[in-house]
Write a protein that binds this ligand. Structure first.
Ligand code: F0G
Length: 456
């Protein structure tokens, strides 16, 4: 088999600023050992997120110039609306400035005290918005999704048995909605099968429960369905997407992921009454319903990106590049989540650093080591992000201690990825020298963004 090449040529480049290990040691100390607090100029390979960091295509940049900035009724909005309707089949499309703005609006109206939201896994902003509105979020990931090292084709599936049991025990009246996150970001970027979405939809319909899709990485999920699920091999990605959305009542989307946009998002739904309430809130918090916190040029970039992301050559290269890095690491004995997910490689920090107890944040210790060794920035998805305290102020750890290396779309080449593998393998060989961390300052919600840390 021949090398799978990047399905693009590079027209415009950005410099990477090289620095030394000594320099990075100081930069990280100045950032209180929190990579969110680093200056990005001090980062050589930035794998903090795949959100808003994509390279736009020449067609998208041309679209930027075509953007119509009229306050109301811009043709850019209608192009955006038509793309979203075409892919999701939803009748109402509400633009927002990013995913969490859609969440804030949706949960302010559908959530509230004693309202429950059930998911395969809620992303951190999604959970935070549910809780901020007074509700409760419950994750019901399938059994396979809980073991990083055991491969399975659809580890992002929701546990439908647990969902049915919950409904039997507690009734459905207080369940505001079920949300399926595709792909399951916080659970390793693992896909959800069409069969699982169909079954979830059947359960929801039987109990009159609303079903939403968190659609950030819908195209990557559809590619996994096409390549792994029986009956989908010859179906185009758009057709698979149409079917996926058809089982739901609506979706929230961050266009910063699978739309190659640097900013943007939307809410789409069929319920006209709910849409009216959402739009009323939108006008106060985001903007007029035909721009919703975005410039006309952003709407153009999203409309174009939504189609580009469904191109099979792109998805083939995209998923293969994540698999390539995962494979290199796995072959070297580095504990990684298997199989490879859609947008990121996840290191299992508990296995990587067994000498660091969970209350000394092994994930964050690994994040720091990778930055110092190679100028690579990534993010902890473990007890720093999801840990809570009990009444005695003892840490209640997260289920998994992962480190995510999110790969921005169309940004890094294979030699960048080879370099990343070399750095991780070197750190793995010297893992016994890595020390645990302690938190010295933290916020009440989403503490990982701003927490200050030090070595324990
Ligand atoms: N849902 C999922 C599954 C996400 O991954 C994100 C963002 C959001 C919602 C919120 O979207 O950032 O546009 O407000 N994830 C980014 C990440 C930040 O790094 O995974 P947003």
């Amino acid at each position: 088999m021949k090398t799978i090449i990047e399905p693009f040529r590079i027209k415009s480049v950005e410099p990477i600023h090289f620095n030394t290990e000594t320099y990075r040691r100081q930069a990280l100390k100045d950032a209180f050992y929190n990579t969110f607090l680093l200056h990005s100029d001090d980062v050589m390979i930035d794998l903090l997120t795949d959100s808003g960091t994509s390279a736009m295509s020449s067609a998208q940049w041309a679209g930027i110039m075509m953007g119509d900035e009229s306050y109301a009724g811009s043709p850019s909005f209608y192009r955006f609306e038509s793309a979203v309707k075409d892919i999701t089949g939803m009748s109402v499309v509400i633009p927002t400035h990013q995913g969490r703005a859609s969440e804030k609006i949706l949960f302010s109206i559908t959530g509230g005290k004693s309202k429950v939201f059930i998911s395969n896994t809620l992303f951190d902003t999604t959970r935070a918005n549910i809780e901020f509105a007074g509700g409760v979020g419950i994750d019901m990931i399938c059994k396979e999704g809980k073991s990083p090292a055991i491969p399975a084709p659809f580890k992002g599936n929701i546990d439908t048995e647990a969902l049915e049991n919950y409904i039997t025990r507690h009734g459905a009246a207080h369940i505001a909605m079920v949300i399926i996150t595709v792909t399951n970001n916080s659970g390793g970027g693992q896909p959800v099968s069409m069969a699982n979405i169909r079954e979830t939809s059947r359960i929801c319909k039987a109990h009159n429960i609303t079903l939403y899709i968190d659609a950030c990485r819908f195209a990557e999920n559809c590619y996994f369905i096409q390549t792994r699920e029986a009956g989908y091999a010859s179906k185009p990605i758009k057709e698979i997407a149409n079917e996926l959305f058809s089982y739901s009542d609506g979706c929230t989307m961050s266009a910063k992921k699978d739309a190659f946009a640097n900013i943007g998002g939307f809410l789409a739904m069929n319920d006209q009454e709910l849409a009216t309430k959402c739009r009323n809130l939108l006008v106060i918090t985001e903007g007029f319903p035909t721009y919703g916190g975005l410039a006309g040029r952003d709407l153009e970039a999203i409309a174009i990106g939504l189609y580009e992301v469904m191109e099979e050559n792109y998805l083939h290269y995209r998923i293969r590049s994540i698999e390539y890095l995962t494979q290199k690491l796995s072959d070297a004995g580095v504990p990684v989540m298997l199989p490879a997910g859609g947008h990121a490689v996840y290191l299992d920090a508990k296995q990587f650093l067994p000498h660091i107890p969970v209350d000394q944040y092994p994930g964050q210790a690994l994040v720091c080591a990778l930055y110092i060794k190679g100028g690579i920035r990534c993010v902890e998805i473990g007890s720093l992000m999801f840990g809570k305290y009990n009444e005695d102020h003892q840490l209640v750890p997260a289920a998994l201690e992962l480190v995510r290396l999110a790969i921005p779309r169309r940004v890094y080449t294979q030699s960048h990825i080879d370099y990343v593998a070399e750095v991780i393998i070197e750190v793995f060989e010297e893992r016994n020298q890595i020390k645990g961390m302690k938190i010295t300052e933290e916020a009440e919600t989403l503490r990982h963004f701003t927490a200050k840390l030090d070595f324990a």
